[in-house]
Design a protein around this ligand. Structure first.
Ligand code: ACO
Ligand code: ZN
Length: 165
């Protein structure tokens, strides 16, 4: 059963299902240099379907966000051990950007990781990716660390995180 979370004009924001994984992989291939195995997509959908979300317009997939959960040291509290949601990947096809789809995907994934009782939510983003950094900052994420040479090509990442309550 499709779970529609919200509608932005003609764009449906809904939870992903197994049949969405191939179109999600296609968006990933077109938009980002970091790719994953089929198995990894399947395992994220199985682990936390609440935060694996797609954007679809008239049957065409135009964006996605997918996340996982982890236990680890807090990005905020000294010595705190917490449950963390982690944005593995988000993208919107170029032609569909700047319409609020990215914001809706992040907001709905925040709701999803809250359902899984995560205390915090975090992600890594290329330091040069101004569009993405701005989006996350608007939604309350803050830069907590710089990760040197995090990407294969040597670029640094910002670790950005938000406390959930
Ligand atoms: N009219 C005009 N502008 C609008 C409208 C509208 N109706 N709605 C939103 N906007 C503006 C927003 O205010 C925002 O403006 P700003 O950049 O000046 O702050 C801008 O459009 C973008 O916001 P959204 O539309 O919500 O986001 P978008 O759908 O464009 O997606 C994303 C953002 C996902 C980062 C996109 O640029 C993308 O796919 N980039 C390539 C892939 C990528 O870099 N992904 C992130 C990697 S990091 C990681 O995956 C953890
Ligand atoms: Zn990550």
């Amino acid at each position: 059963m499709q779970v529609i979370l919200r509608q932005l004009g003609d764009c449906n924001i809904r939870r992903a299902e197994p049949s969405d994984l191939i179109p999600v992989m296609e968006i990933n291939l077109k938009t980002l240099p970091e790719h994953y195995s089929d198995y990894f997509y399947e395992s994220l959908l199985a682990e936390i379907p609440e935060a694996f979300i797609v954007a679809e317009i008239g049957g065409k997939h135009v964006g996605y966000i997918m996340c996982k959960t982890e236990y680890g040291f807090s990005n905020f509290k000294k010595l705190g051990f917490v449950k963390k949601g982690h944005v593995v990947s988000i993208a919107v096809l170029d032609e569909y950007r700047k319409k609020g789809i990215g914001k809706a995907l992040v907001e709905e994934s925040v709701n999803g990781v809250k359902l899984k009782k995560c205390d915090e939510f975090y992600l890594e983003v290329r330091c040069s990716n101004n569009d993405a950094v701005r989006l996350y900052e608007k939604l309350g994420f803050v830069i907590r660390q710089k990760l040197n040479a995090y990407y294969r090509d040597g670029e640094d990442a910002y670790l950005m995180a938000i406390e959930l309550n």
